[in-house]
Ligand binder design. Structure first.
Ligand SMILES: NC(=O)c1ccc[n+]([C@@H]2O[C@H](COP(=O)([O-])OP(=O)(O)OC[C@H]3O[C@@H](n4cnc5c(N)ncnc54)[C@H](OP(=O)(O)O)[C@@H]3O)[C@@H](O)[C@H]2O)c1
Length: 368
């Protein structure tokens, strides 16, 4: 059956969400590094212990999906081909595996697909297909008021921000909870309008921290709406001084550095204010590490985030549990805004091309 034919049989997210249990799986395959993404049949894998199977209704694209072939040996050296890319999923649960008690078939959920992770490395867990296997502790329910398309913006960047803020080998901050009182400590988020930053601001805010963030001025109101208490222009020539002033005498609990060139100014700020001399960078590349080594910021330690690591520790279940509750309570928003750029697996390659050209406070989403 062609993808076009199968799309006609697929119900839109506006209609009833009954799942066709005999529907064949179809995936967007990457058969070799540098090869074209091609649509083809894929097995419908069963849910193993602690897993769920989700009928994908929307996916978002991320920089890791848009990597040039030359980056694969550095970023995903373990990846076996053929592979199925994609990390961000929203859809409906069709099957729960042994030991899963928190979800049932028919539940509307978002989830982080970890098929590209070294320890998983299997196509069944790549997002760019109709039926995906997800680890149940990286899945959260989505309220009826939230569309699949908007929910799909969250998973990878929610995970990445959470690793940076809360994992013990990163900033190790206190986890968020609905209704947490304010604490007298500040978190700096550089790159607050990125998808990772949008989550970092909300997570830190929901953990009670005062948040100082940077972005381009056109996104200042967006940052404030997410919970930032003070904002600065990341391109200003005096941004380090401004941030030091905005943090003032408050205790800096930690810094998340997101975006090219973010590590140096973050290290300089951390060196000049009272508090934790810790910067968690979302750029785990050899170049970033080289650049950090050249910055004069005595005592400041930089750690490098890998968004998938929370699947193996307490942060994954804690954050996905929190987000399910907070989305329902209205104290967390699925941001940035989804820009729906197409429908069907065939629309994903052009979404990836569009991402390569850059976005600002937006997430590119394809409905499936
Ligand atoms: N380590 C991991 O596991 C992991 C996982 C996911 C993403 N990442 C990385 O995290 C970064 C953000 O990813 P994303 O998907 O959140 O990005 P994104 O949403 O595509 O980022 C778009 C935003 O980037 C901002 N921006 C552009 N250049 C910047 C710079 N030099 N410094 C700070 N902000 C800049 C723009 O903000 P303004 O318009 O306000 O200027 C724009 O709003 C990327 O480098 C990505 O590779 C790492």
């Amino acid at each position: 059956m062609s993808e076009e034919t199968m799309n006609e049989a697929t119900m839109s997210e506006a209609s009833t969400t009954a799942v066709n249990t005999t529907e064949e799986n179809l995936a967007l395959w990457l058969t070799r590094r540098g090869g074209a993404l091609t649509i083809g049949a894929a097995p419908r894998s069963a849910a193993g212990p602690g897993e769920v199977v989700v009928r994908v209704r929307a996916v978002a694209v991320n920089p890791i999906d848009a990597m040039p072939p030359i980056a694969y040996p550095f970023v995903l050296p373990w990846l076996r081909f053929p592979a199925i890319l994609g990390t961000d999923v929203a859809g409906e649960i069709v099957e729960v595996g042994p030991g899963v008690t928190t979800f049932a078939p028919g539940d509307r959920v978002l989830g982080h697909a970890v098929g590209l992770e070294r320890s998983r490395n299997r196509p069944a867990e790549g997002a760019f297909q109709r039926y995906v296997v997800l680890m149940a502790h990286l899945v959260a329910p989505i309220p009826d008021s939230l569309s699949f398309s908007q929910a799909a913006v969250l998973p990878l960047t929610l995970s990445t921000a959470s690793v940076g803020l809360f994992q013990r080998d990163q900033l190790g901050l206190t986890l968020p909870a609905v209704g947490t009182p304010d604490r007298d400590q500040t978190v700096l988020v550089w790159g607050g309008s990125t998808s990772v930053g949008s989550n970092a601001i909300q997570l830190a805010h929901n953990a009670g921290y005062r948040v100082v963030a940077t972005a381009s001025p056109r996104n200042f109101d967006y940052l404030r709406a997410l919970g930032a208490d003070a904002v600065a222009d990341r391109s200003s020539s005096t941004v380090v001084d401004e941030l030091v002033g905005l943090i003032g005498t408050a205790f800096l609990a930690g810094t998340v550095a997101i975006g090219a060139g973010s590590i140096a100014p973050c290290m300089k700020v951390a060196a000049r204010v009272a508090g934790a001399k810790r910067v968690a960078s979302s750029m785990p590349s050899p170049l970033s590490k080289l650049q950090a080594g050249l910055v004069r910021a005595p005592g400041v330690k930089v750690s490098y985030i890998w968004g998938g690591t929370l699947k193996d520790n307490e942060i994954g279940p804690a954050v996905y549990g929190f987000v399910g509750e907070a989305l329902a309570a209205g104290s967390y928003r699925a941001e940035p805004a989804a820009t729906i750029v197409g429908d069907g697996l065939r629309a994903i390659p052009s979404a990836i091309e569009q991402l390569r050209k850059g976005v600002s406070a937006a997430k590119l989403v394809v409905t499936i």
